[in-house]
Design a binder for this molecule. Structure first.
Ligand code: SF4
Length: 281
């Protein structure tokens, strides 16, 4: 039986409006990156994107907002989208990614049809103060605990290539393991010239080993998902990620950068004799 690859598509509901100072993020208003910025994507457009994602084989559809957490207005909007999408596309697994969240807020999202919540630890607890000063790593960890308590599927991972040490990577992976996530997104830092953070980039071989390290350390996770930075990091070696433990990818565009055409990814999977997953635990 060939290995099944879970495809996930992401939808940026609002873009570039965040007041936090995460040094890797072009969506922070502090860094004035040249990205598209908008307060709220039109509901009809979100529905079109979800239909296109499903038609392309994505089972996961992630509703992302660029704010520190869930304001009551955002919560209401995400719930209303979730209700519409649940009715129109019941086969899609709806994921929310809306920053720090209380147990109560997560239960409201669950009630509206959200099945999973993505909240990354980003990096180690020790290194986190060097990449963000406006909120703490502990808050991030607590939101992940709330996701588990709410009975939502936990999706939590991080970003490599921020200038962190190997010790930091091990520390983050241990923390992730302790949360027992079902899916672990592995992102690779993509430098934007507006961002001050500009460490030495990882090599492709290092990045492949980090996918393997993630797979080996979080053995119970159903999926290791290669997310942001895939095309730039691996270029013509993207097909190698699957032999290093990845079994999920983000397809289509990322939050503020373009991904490659989905048919290129589907061709790649086909050429590797990998199947697109049609169902998910
Ligand atoms: S909280 Fe999220 S959206 Fe805001 S700056 Fe940090 S990573 Fe970017």
């Amino acid at each position: 039986m060939s290995k099944k690859i879970f495809l996930c598509s992401i939808c940026n509901i609002n873009s570039g409006t965040c007041n936090e100072d995460c040094k890797f993020c072009s969506q922070s208003v502090r860094y004035k990156a040249d990205i598209e910025r908008y307060k709220q994507k039109n509901m009809e457009l979100i529905l079109q994107e979800a239909k296109a994602a499903y038609a392309n084989g994505a089972l996961g559809f992630c509703l992302v907002t660029s704010e520190k957490g869930l304001s009551s207005k955002t919560l209401e909007f995400v719930c209303s989208i979730a209700k519409i999408l649940t009715k129109e596309l019941p086969q899609l697994r709806l994921i929310a990614c809306n920053g720090t969240a209380t147990l109560e807020q997560l239960l409201i999202l669950k009630e509206a049809g959200i099945k999973a919540y993505n909240h990354n630890l980003e990096t180690s607890k020790e290194f986190y103060p060097q990449i963000c000063t406006t909120h703490s790593w502990d808050e991030r960890y607590e939101t992940c605990q709330n996701i588990n308590k709410a009975g939502l599927v936990l999706i939590s991972g991080g970003i490599f290539g921020l200038g962190e040490s190997h010790k930091d990577r091990i520390s983050m992976l241990k923390a992730l393991k302790s949360l027992n996530p079902a899916s672990v997104p592995v992102n690779f830092y993509h430098h934007n010239e507006a961002l001050e953070l500009n460490p030495n980039p990882l090599t492709t071989d290092e990045a492949l080993k980090l996918i393997q390290l993630t797979r080996d350390m979080i053995v119970d996770a159903d999926r290791i998902m290669v997310a942001g930075g895939r095309e730039l990091m691996f270029k013509d070696r993207q097909s190698e990620i699957f032999s290093y433990g990845a079994n999920s990818i983000v397809v289509g565009n990322y939050l503020t950068t373009s991904g490659r055409a989905v048919n290129k990814d589907l061709e790649m999977l086909h050429s590797l004799n990998l199947e697109v997953a049609k169902s998910v635990k």
